[in-house]
Design a protein. Structure first.
Length: 286
């Protein structure tokens, strides 16, 4: 996966700037929190998503609190030990597990980053065309990260962004996969096509089956909106459309489930092609 030194050091750079509150919060007071032991610790460990402050329940083990405090202090994050009841009051849930963090806006990558980071012989990306349910978005990111997707691309409009719900549904994967947010998804598609990356649309209306498609070459999967699927104008930019065979009576798969199946198939083929490493193939996908 292409390295991005600027992004890797973003959370460490000038922590005093964050303490002064020069960065906008993720949302209103009720929407700027993430909670739960795994998610908060994963976010803290990754150090990519700027954290305004970390609240730890006084009931947590002293060693656990000290460990979190040491990591937070290296990032310039204020840490408070508070009663567990205070966490429940702020998060509006009892499911905080002793961890609560107030977050700045999520650090999306830009179209320029996408232009600089590719091509890559093992390129494997996913483009989301209007996913509006934060739980679906999070679940897609979770599958994408597990199966080695190198970046997810989303549009600014008619698409949910990274929220506390997305972060929890992703099991922390929002911290481990670059998320590129662009003004127009077709612009991102054009960048990838120029760099030799094939765009494969997931559509239940396609004629071609997923098992008949070669995914060993550089590829970007396109997953559409939960209700309408991929927009016609975006579909026209894709090299081909592919479907998952269905044997029941339900009309289509959930977007997150379909994305997981596609991501698995890409990784399965690349593992079968040799040692699990994505490799360029001259075989035509069409």
């Amino acid at each position: 996966m292409p390295r991005n030194p600027e992004r890797e050091g973003r959370c460490e750079a000038d922590p005093s700037r964050r303490r002064r509150g020069h960065l906008p919060l993720m949302g209103s007071h009720q929407r700027c929190w993430i909670w739960g032991r795994h998610l908060v610790r994963e976010t803290l460990e990754a150090g990519r998503w700027p954290m305004a402050e970390l609240l730890l329940a006084e009931t947590l083990d002293a060693g656990e609190r000290a460990e979190c405090r040491r990591r937070a202090e290296t990032l310039g994050i204020r840490v408070l030990d508070v009663p567990a009841a205070r966490l429940e009051q702020l998060a509006h849930t009892r499911d905080h597990q002793g961890y609560l963090a107030r977050m700045f806006e999520f650090p999306y990558e830009s179209l320029g980053w996408l232009e600089r980071s590719w091509p890559d012989e093992g390129a494997f990306l996913i483009l989301l065309d209007g996913i509006q349910d934060p739980f679906n978005f999070g679940a897609i990111l979770r599958s994408a990260e597990i199966f080695g997707v190198q970046a997810a691309v989303i549009p600014e409009h008619h698409q949910t962004g990274v929220t506390s719900l997305t972060a929890r549904a992703s099991a922390g994967a929002v911290n481990r996969i670059p998320i590129v947010r662009v003004r127009c998804l077709e612009e991102a598609a054009a960048v990838l096509l120029r760099q030799g990356i094939r765009l494969v649309a997931a559509s239940e209306k396609a004629e071609r089956l997923i098992v008949e498609t070669d995914f060993t070459a550089p590829v970007a999967l396109v997953i559409g909106n939960e209700g309408q699927g991929i927009r016609p104008e975006m579909l026209r930019t894709c090299d081909l459309s592919v479907k998952i065979p269905q044997f029941g009576r339900v009309g289509s798969l959930n977007a997150a489930v379909a994305a997981g199946i596609f991501c698995y198939e890409v990784r399965r083929q690349r593992m079968a092609a040799g040692s699990g490493a994505p490799a360029r193939s001259d075989r035509d996908l069409t």
